[in-house]
Every structure is written in C-alpha cells, then in structure tokens.
Design a binder for this molecule. Structure first.
Ligand code: SF4
Length: 493
C-alpha cells in the first residue's frame, strides 16, 4: 500500500457518508431551516449550483428539441413504468427467475439494514477486504459504506464525483452530479491533502490523478458493488448507464459483483430499454446516450474473457411497497433518477442539495423522502416548493410532482402534522377567497400595509419577518388590475 492509499483507508474507516440520514432522528421532526439559512448565506454555493443547473437545463432542452417525437417517447416511458408498477409482482418474479437461470443469486431485503447485512455477509463469505463502488444512490440510502467499513472492508467510491465527495468527507448534493456544489479549487485542495499528489487546479490533471489512484484500487479490489439503472424482466439483464467506465471495472474486475436495486427498477422487456435510454441521458446531461451502457447477464461463463465469478442481486423494499400500495402516490416510483427536476427547480438552485437533509434532494426528494421515511419527520419538505411546475415539465416519465406535493400537504393537514398557526392561516385564506368582497378587502389591506414602509417600490419590513428575510417584497404598482378592468367596462358602456 502506498502512503496515499493508507491515508485514504484511514479516512474511509472513520467516514460515515450517511450523514444526512445518519443524523436523522427515529422520531420527531427534522428542522429544515438551519440548513436552508446556511445555504442562502453561501453565495459561492448558489453561484456554483445555479451555473451548473442552468447549463444542464439548457443542454437538456436543446437535446430534447432535436429528438423526434420526444413528447410521445416521454408518454411511452411513463406508461411502461406505470404498467410495470401496476403489475410489479409479476415482473419481479420474471426478473428473479431469469437472473437465477443465468447463474446469479437473488436476495430480498426488507429494510436498508437488511440489505447491508446481506452484502456484509457476502463480503465475509468471500473474505473480501477491498470494495469498489459505482453508480448507486441506493447504497447511499442504506448507508452501505459505513456497514462495510465496520466489518473491515475498505470501501472506495469510483465515480469521480463520488470519489471526491468521499475523500473530502462530504456528501453528494445532487443525484447525478454529486459535487455540483464544489469548485475545482476545493477539489484541488482535497486531492493534494488526501492523495499526496502535487497541487494543481487543472481539471484534466486532477482527473488524471484520480484515475491513477483508482487504477491500483481496481487492480486489488475483490468486491464490486453497483446500483442498477434498469432491471429487465424478460431477460434477467441488469443495465448500468455510466459516463466514466468505472462501472465496467467494478462489475468485471473483482471476483464478486453485488448489484443493489430498489424494487421499482424493473422494466418488462429488453425492447423497452431504448425508450428509457433515450430519456435518461438526455434528461441528465443532454447526451443522446451515456458513454457506457453496460448490460450484465449473469456471472462469468466458461468462455467469457472476464467478469465476476459470482453475481448477487439484492432487491430492496425499504418502504417502496408502502408507496406502491397507495395508488395516488404510486407514480413516484416511476422515477429513473435523471436529476432533471433538480436542475430545473428554482428552490434547489438557491439552496443546493445538502439543505434537504435526505439522500434524495430536490423535487423528487421532497416526495420520495417523506413517503419512504415518514411524513412526520420530513414535513417541511413538501412545503419547500413554489409549485411552479418546472419539475413536471422536464420529468421524462411525467411524474406530476406539484400535484403530489399538494396531496402530501393535504395529508399534513389531515394528520395535524402542521402547527395550529399554519392551519389557522390557511383557514383564514380559504374564508377570504370564499367571498368576492372579502377578497377585495384583503387586496386593499395588502396594498396599504405593503406601502407603509416601501422605498423604490419594495418593502423589506413586514410583520411576518420570514417573508422578507431573504428578499424584498414588491408593492403592486398603480391601480389594481381589478379596478382598471372595472373602469374599462364602464368606459365601454
Ligand atoms: S422525478 Fe422525473 S425528472 Fe426528477 S429525477 Fe425522477 S425521473 Fe428525473
């Protein structure tokens, strides 16, 4: 082992990358606001996240504009996913039977802890000491790294962004671009400090350092853990979409490959795959396809030049069947984790991913996290949206995120999760909107109060302090639309 490897091993031993959810209380509400305030005061973070997400949204839009029948393909992708979820038992059974026919071993895990226990057992049975990981948000969800480290298996992230997050003792802040919140200077400092390489801010040189470092780790690794983008029922194939080639090294070099997937990753037929491949990369990065699309059908066969001796597929529930059972929320499981809704979201752009305090940030995280882990602790998440609808416009599988957010807010009211003041405010609003004269009166009062301390058409001082904490509120200019409309009608007469 080199000094840099020793260094990294020591660091990863003590590192629990699960921080957002590791801090999560088993009961009680997670306070979303301190993280939000911290992010709102962090101008470099906002600049980095805004620049990256706006660029991604632009390339996504340009790529979709070039794709013939893009809207029809989105509809088809949504229908295939919904059909699969509606008949998930049948397709899961078919997938399992085919993986086993090909020589793979399938395990079912009810909880994240069960999944970790299964993977740790596989590692122990095979005497594994060094695990390489690629492409798995699900392992973030189960906090697999900490579990493997606990039994003495050094675990190294090999996606470049994830690797940097790991050596910098940080957490991913985006489901596709984990270091969207970091600039190259932070990366340069982390690599110099943790790997002992010469300091450089040149992205090509930094990538080369990571590559050299990871090559040796790949050479020595005896366990490979990956996620699954699509699990194809009629062939038992696992599809992995990556851009760096590390996924293929994780699935071919170590003698044991473990693929961890949520139950929702199944699609019915191999011929359905192109529909999703057309959607996934375009929505994520604007690419027509990811650079590597790997199709894994069973462990190494006698005539294969490479591949693992064992292939284990761990199928995770961890709250997903609970979502499946609720028809009005089932469509959330259509998500293919492309990240487009994060890139388009004005809230995500302002606060980045860490403020959500969950493995899955952004609009989809606001649905998945409370549905998987409980609405009580994560009650703030469905509220953290302006309901502008951009997420719905960009979602390649047409998940109606704003509609589901409203339903979750309804549940919060029904289950009395929101506080009495919150409920009172909305009761008052409902009462005001129920009669035109009350609405008109409220409008006049609002103009009056907003104008009291206004300067240059804006006020930064309202009795409700939170309304002006991070922005000034505009005072509506001139006569209202309503009064001009009424005046116009009189003139016409
Ligand atoms: S909800 Fe839609 S847009 Fe957001 S990550 Fe999932 S598939 Fe992509």
């Amino acid at each position: 082992m080199t000094q840099a490897q020793d260094n990294l091993a020591a660091r990863t031993d003590s590192l629990d990358r699960s921080s957002p959810d590791a801090n999560e209380p088993s009961a009680g509400r997670i306070d979303f606001m301190p993280g939000v305030r911290k992010a709102l005061a962090d101008a470099p973070l906002q600049r980095a996240v805004s620049l990256a997400t706006l660029k991604k949204t632009d390339v996504r839009n340009a790529s979709f504009a070039k794709l013939k029948h893009a809207e029809d393909i989105r509809t088809l992708a949504a229908r295939i996913k919904q059909h699969t979820l509606d008949h998930l038992d049948r397709y899961l059974e078919q997938f399992v039977a085919n993986v086993e026919r090909l020589g793979g071993v399938v395990h079912f895990a009810e909880t994240g802890a069960d999944a970790n226990a299964i993977i740790c057992r596989i590692a122990r049975d095979n005497g594994s000491r060094l695990c390489v990981k690629a492409k798995s948000m699900t392992t973030e969800e189960t906090h697999l790294n900490a579990a493997l480290e606990k039994i003495g298996v050094q675990t190294v992230e090999t996606d470049l962004g994830e690797f940097i997050v790991q050596i910098d003792h940080d957490r991913p802040s985006h489901i596709v671009t984990p270091i969207i919140h970091k600039d190259r200077f932070t990366v340069a400092r982390a690599m110099h400090r943790e790997l002992g390489v010469p300091y450089t801010e040149d992205p090509t040189e930094l990538t080369q350092h990571a590559r050299t470092h990871l090559r040796d780790i790949f050479r020595r690794a005896d366990l490979g853990v990956t996620g699954v983008n699509f699990a194809i029922a009629d062939t038992g194939t696992i599809c992995l979409c990556t851009n760096e080639g590390n996924g293929r090294l994780c699935t071919t070099r170590p003698k044991v490959h473990v693929a961890l997937m949520g139950i929702e990753k199944v699609i019915p037929k191999f011929t359905d795959l192109p529909v999703f491949l057309k959607m996934l990369a375009r929505s994520s990065t604007g690419q027509p396809l990811t650079v590597y699309t790997s199709l894994i059908t069973g462990p190494r066969k006698p005539h294969d030049p490479d591949g693992p001796e064992q292939l284990h597929v761990v199928i995770l529930d961890a709250g997903r069947t609970g979502i499946l059972a609720q028809e009005e929320y089932r469509e959330v499981l259509r998500c293919i984790r492309c990240g487009a809704c994060l890139n388009g979201c004005p809230v995500y752009r302002k606060i980045g991913g860490h403020a959500y305090q969950s493995t899955y940030p952004g609009p989809i995280g606001k649905l998945v996290t409370p549905l998987l882990k409980g609405l009580e602790p994560y009650a703030d998440l469905p509220q953290a949206s302006s309901l502008c609808g951009v997420c719905r416009e960009v979602c390649p599988v047409r998940i109606d995120i704003p509609e589901i957010l409203v339903k979750l807010r309804r549940d919060e009211v029904d289950r009395k999760i929101v506080g009495p003041l919150h409920r009172l405010a909305f009761q008052l609003a409902a009462w005001t909107f129920a009669a035109p004269w009350r609405y008109r009166l409220a409008q006049r009062m609002m103009r009056f109060f907003l104008g009291l301390h206004a300067a240059d058409g804006y006020t930064s001082s309202l009795p409700l302090k939170s309304a002006t904490r991070v922005r000034d509120v505009a005072v509506p200019p001139g006569p209202s639309f309503r009064s001009r409309w009424v005046a116009g009608l009189k003139d016409d007469v």
